[in-house]
Design a protein around this ligand. Sequence first.
Ligand code: ZN
Length: 306
Amino acid sequence: MNVAYISHSDCGRHDTGWRHPEHVGRLRAIPRALREDVELYHALEQVEGRYASEADLALAHDAGYVDEVREIAQRGGGRLDADTVVSDGSWDAARAAVGCVLDGVDFAIDGKARSFCAVRPPGHHALRDSAMGFCLFGNVAIAAHYARRRGVERVLIVDWDVHHGNGTQALVESDPTIRFVSMHQSPWYPGTGAAADRGPHKSVWNVPLPGNLAPALYVAALQSAVTEATTDFTPGLVLISAGFDSLHGDPLGEFTLEIDHIAQLTAWMVSRANEWCGGRMVAALEGGYDPERVGAGAVAMMRAMR
Ligand SMILES: [Zn+2]
């Protein structure tokens, strides 16, 4: 299947300030890494994503919170929590980040391409009525609800960011047609994501693991959880919250995955998606705070998605 690389220039306008780990260099590293794989670079469909509409954002967020983000950006910026900043460009960045993932969903449903969405701000900590952990809007959670509205009956979200996708869980767990698998370091930020926390419909599989294990253990644990989550559930679309802070050496995590493990997990998810739903898959960037590793990880995923 074709692979689309979806991004938006406005994602660079979310200015988090001096020394913030979630900065635009993370995104710039991806095209830089892509240019070193000439064959892949030329094979990709490069797409400038759309802006999500306020109706799209309302699939997962309270209108009052959406207004608050827009108004703070229009006033020139401010701080929403200890780690989460809004700058004058953040409103455009955040709705472009969501829009890129929605474009990916459209490409998947229409059979055009699997997509990697190079977006920021990330999304998986954002809550219905508040920002959290560098995240403004729940990019992937909104995409899951959007896919349901477009007629996809069952959606699987797999989150391998080193942090628990607490926001995604909160935004999808009340809908049993969306299943969520999150593997994350524990104990670690944000402190949620216990294995016993299955959500009200038991549609959540949390896989908390300590840092510094052998990488194959993380791969096997995630595959086992995905297998369990899909024994009686055939997804019509697979969404991946691709956090590259689960790579060895990330400044904000202690997992030990290497680029080859990302390639292995992606290839495995593609083969499962081929069995379930004609290979419909959208990956969206979450964390990952060593820009060079973000670039390499994204390229490995796009290579494995072909
Ligand atoms: Zn993370």
